[in-house]
Write a new protein. Structure first.
Length: 398
């Protein structure tokens, strides 16, 4: 049978029952469309992860005070001018020291001298932070202002609250100069923080200046930390210089944590996403293949008389086999084309509404019709073999 005749016979068989053919190809459309959409959305999401990682994690260095690991009686290793020392390093934007304050059981956090006390089982966290540490967290204010170096040097009793913490304490505005009471100490609330880019724990804390906290409660009992925000590309170099800048004579009192390698992290995250979603796409395509096989098999049973007539007129078994294989292959290829189009539109639409840049590899779109063709051929193998085994006499009796 020439290829031209084979194609015309396959198209005639498909167009003879257009509704059934369209429904048969729906499985491939969904499978291939899901395949293209998932791979495209994975690539798009990975690019967003890469962008956010570069903007935040790649510009963050953390320094921990480990002086007490070798000397339990050691005081805080960070000098009083730690912020200024590190901010003088090339590439550093903001840097500051912070630590959680361990309060006594009687030091409740209240929004009034007597009433409004928070239950003892859920005391808010109080954090001591220098003005540089607050700026390094990149906060967004709802109201008020941040405390600065003047508050640090003058040991002012001021405080910043996260939005959730302010709501919990019943403080909605700073226009009336509200105060929070930590034990018997009053702190004027000068700002309410809506969100932070780094160190999200600050949103759940009452933040007071480092110098004020140190004067009232003393040095931190479990050591302090420093948060350093750098320009893009400067973090690795800053990480090698920070300890020496803080204390050249006792650089081993600090543990510096540089940002992770962006290429390794990006490759790991992208690889995990690709494996997960590629498995989901393969499952969808497998379901579509089973659908084509089932519908084609039903079509073979319904066309038994036609098959018998063809055999009686001289068609051989391989003619029948290739005809049904060609029909299923055409349905798979058409489903692959439509599915690739739907998947591409889905990726672009999601990226548009999320304000992302759509990323879709050309090879993914180019191989989608071939994938549908392969699925159609695979689905048509058993029905085509079943059709070729029908005997002419038995078929004509029906």
């Amino acid at each position: 049978m020439p290829w031209r005749d084979l194609c015309s016979e396959a198209l005639a068989g498909i167009l003879q029952r257009p509704t059934r053919s369209a429904l048969t190809s729906v499985g491939t459309v969904l499978g291939v469309g899901t395949f293209v959409a998932i791979l495209g959305l994975t690539a798009t999401a990975s690019s967003q992860i890469d962008e956010r990682f570069t903007a935040l994690a790649a510009t963050e260095v953390t320094v921990h005070d480990i002086a007490r690991t070798s000397d339990e009686f050691a005081s805080i290793a960070f000098p009083d001018d730690a912020d200024a020392r590190v901010e003088r390093l090339n590439g550093v934007e903001h840097a500051g020291v912070y630590w959680p304050i361990q309060l006594d059981a009687d030091d409740a956090v209240r929004s009034a001298p007597v009433v409004g006390e928070v239950s003892s089982g859920s005391q808010p966290q109080v954090t001591a932070a220098s003005s540089g540490a607050v700026r390094a967290a990149q906060p967004t204010l709802t109201e008020g202002r941040l405390f600065n170096t003047w508050h640090d040097t003058r040991k002012q009793p001021v405080a910043l609250l996260g939005k959730a913490m302010a709501s919990r304490l019943g403080i909605t505005t700073v226009d009336t100069q509200p105060a929070v009471f930590i034990g018997d100490e009053a702190f004027t609330v000068i700002g309410i923080i809506d969100d932070v880019e780094r160190n999200a724990d600050l949103l759940l804390s009452v933040i007071v200046p480092r110098s004020t906290a140190q004067e009232i409660w003393g040095a931190p009992k479990d050591g302090a930390s420093m948060l350093i925000a750098t320009r893009v590309g400067a973090a690795p170099q800053v990480a090698t210089e920070a300890a020496l800048a803080l204390d050249p004579a006792h650089a081993d009192s600090f543990k510096v944590i540089p940002p992770p390698d962006p290429r390794a992290l990006r490759t790991e995250v992208t690889g995990d996403l690709d494996q997960l979603f590629l498995l989901l796409a393969a499952i969808c395509l497998f379901i579509g293949t089973i659908g084509i096989a089932n519908t084609t098999l039903v079509a073979v049973l319904e066309r038994t008389g036609e098959i018998g007539l063809r055999r009686a007129l001289g068609a051989r078994t391989w003619h029948i086999t290739t005809q049904f294989l060609a029909e299923s292959a055409v349905l798979g290829a058409l489903g692959g084309l439509v599915g690739a189009s739907i998947g591409t539109v889905t990726v672009v639409s999601v990226a548009f509404f999320r304000d992302w840049t759509p990323v879709l590899h050309p090879a993914t779109v180019a191989t989608a019709p071939a994938l549908g063709l392969a699925a159609g051929l695979l689905a048509g193998l058993y029905p085509a073999w079943r059709a070729s085994r029908i005997q002419p006499v038995e078929a004509l009796r029906r």
